[in-house]
Design a protein around this ligand. Structure first.
Ligand code: 5GP
Length: 208
């Protein structure tokens, strides 16, 4: 049977460009991991596709899934729920395939308590002014929501210490490349491969 896949948790403050970096990572053919589509109660933005960008659900539907233990993690973020459906993650990891989550910090910390051997990568903005510029430039949120998102970003950056890696998003293709290298390197950690070698040693006959 193949080894279980790696759970990769890619996170960072709102507006830092997680979605853009994630798209860059998945636009190249050399990644070997699968993206877990999140669920949310927020309104669908123009161009977003249900089941591709998010699974768009009502609050009632989302709360039912929480109640019945079907979310790996979830968070309430600026008035809406966001979360990761558990079954897809488990089934994919069981097949030996890595799973990539793009989630905010509160959810990432929940995953850390449940899956401590996941790979936790934090995408950082070069500075907070740039983060605000990006949120304004995106034009998808009201001024009030932007203020909330910046406040949340400050709190989130302070939690970077809970992560394994910090990647600066100074240039999208570069940031994507760094993330891919981290994931590749993680596969070589002794603690991840030692089980295979232990078995090999046990099953090998001693040399006369
Ligand atoms: P947006 O509304 O801009 O699409 O997303 C808002 C925030 O929710 C982003 O920081 C995004 O990474 C985060 N997010 C997206 N999906 C999930 C999820 O499944 N769980 C959690 N905890 N956060 C998520």
């Amino acid at each position: 049977m193949s080894e279980r896949g790696l759970l990769i948790v890619f996170s960072g403050p709102s507006g830092v460009g997680k979605g853009t970096v994630r798209q860059e990572i998945f636009s190249t053919p050399d990644h070997k991991f699968e993206y877990s589509v999140s669920m949310t109660t927020r309104a669908q933005r123009p161009g977003e596709v249900d089941g591709v960008d998010y699974f768009f659900r009502t609050r009632e539907e989302f709360e039912e899934l929480i109640r019945t233990g079907q979310m790996l993690e979830y968070a309430e973020y600026v008035g809406n729920y966001y979360g990761t459906p558990l079954s897809y993650v488990n089934e994919t990891l069981d097949k030996g395939i890595d799973v990539f989550l793009e989630i905010e910090v509160q959810g990432a910390l929940q995953v850390k308590t449940k899956v401590p051997d996941g790979v936790f990568i934090f995408l950082t903005p070069p500075d907070l002014e740039e983060l605000e510029d990006r949120l304004v430039g995106r034009g998808t949120d009201s001024q009030e929501v932007i203020v909330q998102r910046i406040e949340r970003a400050r709190e989130e950056i302070a939690l970077m210490r809970e992560y394994d890696y910090a990647v600066v998003n100074d240039h999208v293709p570069l940031a994507a490349e760094r993330v891919k290298r981290i994931i590749e390197t993680e596969h070589f950690r002794v603690e991840r491969v030692i089980g295979r070698y232990d078995k090999m040693i046990k099953n090998t006959k001693p040399i006369r």
